[in-house]
Design a protein around this ligand. Structure first.
Ligand code: NAD
Length: 369
């Protein structure tokens, strides 16, 4: 049996088990009584530097439990965030979260290849799931995750924080509302210089190179700025295979997305050059955001009626991290789907697979609805 087949079997068995594991609405009923409790799974860089420090800025969410394979991290962050020993878990005893009524949801901040397994195990334990981007390493895994959460009656949200960032929200409103005229073209560029010796450069852990990690922001922005799904992609990859960083994953991949309305998005994803921005272009004007999807510092300029002006928004009461963390409890309480549900993560993975196919086979790839 191939590694891939074995992996699919494991994910399939976990997904089937999730159906029997909890009653629909159980986690929702728990959540209504008190602040919504998250268990953070994986105490790496993004979890400890961005997410955990931002619970203090939330209206509804609080950090109540930690999951890690490293006892020293559990001790250190447990002490820092006042998490009792009863609320600290290893990957081996992760299933015990089921018996902890303080935990409403898990936030999975692990390497990409572990997202599906931990989402399904969490659903099986009756918990809602916030899962980092990319949702998983294949569309098939995304489908298994969605099915598992559906059967368990738990919500699934993907950590697309830019959807909670005010400049990106304004860009969506202006682009879809044709503020500078009907959108003709979007350019979106995301990249950074990847440091060697990390899981991101190991395809088994990451599922791919720059596109899985940072280029997904270009793709996701093109989709949220248009509100449409691409119908065709064409991609070109440029990777120096003699660079030890790129033995198993791609460096740069440039891709063109065609949307049903005729809009085209010209996108860059890179692990060897620094970019973070997008521009929505009409016949006579544009909306520019650079940086666009950074943790802070978004800068917007708009060209309309022959005049270019900066657009400055007041600082939000809740930053994008806190607003994202609060969105899941808001949805649980209102009985709504998150604006960045599992379906949103799946839509990106479907396009990512088409982009890789296009680059590999050197041809346009059509995406059916
Ligand atoms: P990281 O390497 O800093 O953290 C990963 C954590 O997973 C570490 O604590 C590590 O110990 C743990 N882990 C468990 N099993 C592991 C294994 N077998 N191999 C390697 N690590 C293992 O990575 P990160 O930057 O925190 O990224 C984690 C996830 O968060 C990724 O999916 C990434 O795409 C996502 N992320 C999102 C954003 C964002 O802005 N939304 C930013 C950074 C990272």
């Amino acid at each position: 049996m191939s590694k891939g087949t074995h992996r699919r079997d494991v994910i399939g068995r976990l997904a089937a088990g999730a159906a029997l594991a909890c009653l629909p609405g159980m986690a929702g009923a728990q959540a209504r009584k008190r602040p919504f409790g998250y268990a953070v799974v994986g105490l790496g860089s993004y979890a400890t530097r961005q997410i955990m420090p931002n619970f203090k800025n939330c209206d509804h969410a609080r950090l109540v439990a930690l999951v890690s394979g490293t006892p020293e991290k559990l001790d250190r962050y447990g002490a820092e965030y006042n998490i009792p020993k009863t609320h600290r878990y290893s990957y081996a005893n992760f299933e015990r979260i089921r018996d902890n009524p303080d935990i409403d949801a898990v936030y999975i901040i692990l390497p990409n290849s572990m997202h599906a397994e931990y989402t399904i195990r969490a659903a099986r334990a009756g918990k809602h799931v916030m899962c980092e981007k990319p949702m998983a390493v294949s569309a098939a895994e995304c489908e298994a995750m969605i099915a598992a959460c559906k059967r368990a009656g738990t919500k699934l949200m993907i950590g697309y924080r830019s959807r909670f960032e005010p400049y990106n929200q304004l860009a969506i409103e202006l682009a879809r509302g044709a503020h500078v005229g009907r959108t003709r073209l979007i350019t979106a560029e995301h990249g950074f210089n990847a440091q060697p010796n990390q899981w991101r450069l190991d395809r088994r852990m990451s599922g791919g190179g720059s596109l899985m990690d940072i280029g997904i922001y270009s793709l996701n922005a093109a989709r949220y700025l248009t509100g449409e799904e691409p119908i065709e992609v064409s991609a070109v990859e440029a990777t120096d295979r003699s660079d030890p960083r790129f033995r198993t994953v791609e460096d740069r991949i440039s891709f063109l997305l065609r949307f049903p309305s005729g809009i085209e998005a010209n996108c860059v994803s890179s692990y060897s050059s620094g970019h973070n921005g997008y521009r929505v272009v009409s016949a006579d004007g544009w909306i520019d955001l650079e940086p666009a999807t950074s943790y802070e510092g978004q800068t917007m300029r708009i060209r309309k009626d022959g005049v270019t002006m900066p657009r400055v928004l007041p600082a939000p009461r809740r930053n994008q991290f806190a607003a994202q963390l609060d969105h899941l409890p808001e949805c649980v309480r209102a009985g709504k789907e998150p604006i960045v549900s599992g379906e949103e993560g799946l839509a990106d993975l479907r396009v990512i697979e088409a982009i890789y196919r296009s680059a590999r086979e050197r041809r346009h790839v059509s995406l059916s609805a």
